[in-house]
Design a protein around this ligand. Structure first.
Ligand SMILES: Nc1ncnc2c1ncn2[C@@H]1O[C@H](COP(=O)(O)OP(=O)(O)O)[C@@H](O)[C@H]1O
Ligand SMILES: [Mg+2]
Length: 161
C-alpha cells in the first residue's frame, strides 16, 4: 500500500467534492474501484469525478446497463456498476475490456462481483456509514503512484484548514 487516507463526509455534497478532487489526479490507464453497500454514495462520488472532468450532462447510475461511457476530451471514462453481474458472458457483451486501455479510466462499483476479471486497481475507495451519526466515512487505499496522486488531491481538498 502506497498511501491511505480516511475522512468523514458529512453530506452528499462532500461526497461529490471528494469525487471532484479525485478527478484532478486521474490519468489514462487508471482503474478506481468504489466499494460500499447500496446507498453508500458510490454513484454520488462518480458524479463528482465526472463533474471534475468537465462533464456537464446527466450522470446516470449504470445499475441496469452495467456500463455508462463518457467520451471526454482528455480520456474515455467508463463507469461500471456490477451489482447485477451474474453471468461471466456479460463481461464480453458489455465490452468491459475496452475500459482498460491507456486512454481509458475505469470507475467500478461492486468490484467484488467481478474480482476474477478486473486488473489490479490503482485506487480503492470505500464508503461506509459513519459511526454514530450522519454522513459517511471515506477510506482510500492507493497501490500505485497514479492512485497516490488522487489520494493527495482528496487530502488537500478535504483536510480541515
Ligand atoms: N456523505 C453523505 N452523507 C449523507 N448522504 C449521502 C452522502 N453521500 C451520498 N449520500 C446520499 O446517499 C444516497 C445514495 O447515494 P448513491 O450515490 O446512489 O449510492 P450508491 O451508488 O452507493 O448506491 C443518495 O441520496 C446520496 O445523496
Ligand atoms: Mg450506485
Amino acid at each position: 500500500m502506497i498511501a491511505t487516507f480516511r475522512t468523514h463526509l458529512p453530506d452528499a455534497a462532500a461526497t461529490e467534492a471528494a469525487g471532484r478532487a479525485l478527478a484532478r489526479g486521474l490519468a489514462g490507464g487508471m482503474l478506481v474501484t468504489l466499494s460500499g453497500e447500496l446507498g453508500a454514495g458510490k454513484t454520488t462520488l462518480a458524479r463528482g469525478v465526472l463533474r471534475g472532468l468537465g462533464w456537464e450532462g446527466p450522470v446516470k447510475s449504470p445499475s441496469y446497463t452495467l456500463l455508462e461511457h463518457y467520451p471526454l476530451s482528455s480520456l474515455y471514462l467508463y463507469h461500471f456498476d456490477f451489482y447485477r453481474f451474474a453471468d461471466p458472458q456479460e463481461w464480453e457483451t458489455v465490452g468491459a475490456a475496452e475500459a482498460f486501455t491507456p486512454r481509458s479510466v475505469g470507475l467500478v462499483e461492486w468490484p467484488e462481483r467481478v474480482a476474477g476479471f478486473l486488473p489490479p486497481a490503482d485506487l480503492e475507495v470505500h464508503l461506509l456509514p459513519a459511526t454514530g451519526g450522519d454522513g459517511r466515512t471515506l477510506e482510500l487505499a492507493a497501490t500505485t503512484t497514479a492512485g497516490e496522486r488522487c489520494v493527495s488531491e482528496i487530502r488537500k481538498a478535504l483536510a480541515a484548514p
